[in-house]
Ligand binder design. Structure first.
Ligand code: SF4
Length: 208
């Protein structure tokens, strides 16, 4: 696929989907916590949990005033609650000790925080700070390969491939569009190709 066609796909998707995340947040810190909680959990569930949690704690200092057990009770329904609570408290300790209580606005620093991998760092960098980055989650991975935007077997190569074929100014919004496309039409099982908005551009569809 060439850059021109990739650009057309992004434009088409922009007419159907929003470029805003489905997670609710009011600060970079809230977004960071919400993204950590979203691992293997729906955004809908995370929003329910953070609505209550952030009333009690929405700064690193306030979060650290919770014990591991207390935090686990707040986030229990998100799943993986023990490791998520541990990561959140460790990340908050890092923020307090190394970053003056502020979420850093660069990917490298973000990635030094506990529980923050490449995907989470890219989401926070792009959504909270307006940086150009592509976070590759399971939807972006699957959909990008199906469409033919990339042909890659690991997350890093999908990210690199998308960075190459998409205009840099489109990276962040394309990330959101691909997630929404994966959730609504291009599902893992039985993709709805008949009604998909980019069916005319899709490699998987054209091959049939
Ligand atoms: S046409 Fe089908 S396979 Fe291609 S992006 Fe749409 S739903 Fe996915």
């Amino acid at each position: 696929m060439d850059k021109n066609k990739a650009g057309l796909i992004v434009e088409k998707l922009s007419t159907v989907f929003t470029d805003k995340p489905a997670l609710n947040f009011n600060s970079p810190f809230e977004l960071l916590i919400a993204v950590i909680l979203s691992a293997q959990c729906t955004d809908e569930r995370v929003n329910k949990v953070t609505k209550v949690l952030f009333e009690r704690a929405n700064t690193p200092e306030q979060m650290l005033s919770l014990s591991q057990n207390e935090l686990e009770e707040y986030i229990f329904s998100c799943g993986l609650y023990k490791s998520k609570a541990k990561h959140i408290l460790s990340a908050c300790a890092d923020l307090t000790e190394k970053f003056n209580g502020q979420v850093p606005n660069d990917v490298e620093s973000l990635r030094t925080l506990a529980g923050v991998g490449r995907k989470t760092a890219n989401v926070v960098y792009s959504v909270a700070f307006g940086g150009n980055a592509i976070a590759v989650d399971t939807h972006v991975f699957r959909v990008s390969n199906r469409i033919g935007l990339v042909s890659a077997t690991n997350v890093l190569n999908v990210e690199k491939g998308l960075m190459k074929i998409l205009n840099e100014s489109d990276w962040s919004r394309a990330h959101h569009y691909l997630i929404y496309l994966g959730r609504s039409y291009c599902k893992a099982i039985k993709p709805d190709c008949e009604n998909c908005p980019i069916t005319e551009y899709c490699k998987k569809r054209i091959k049939r």
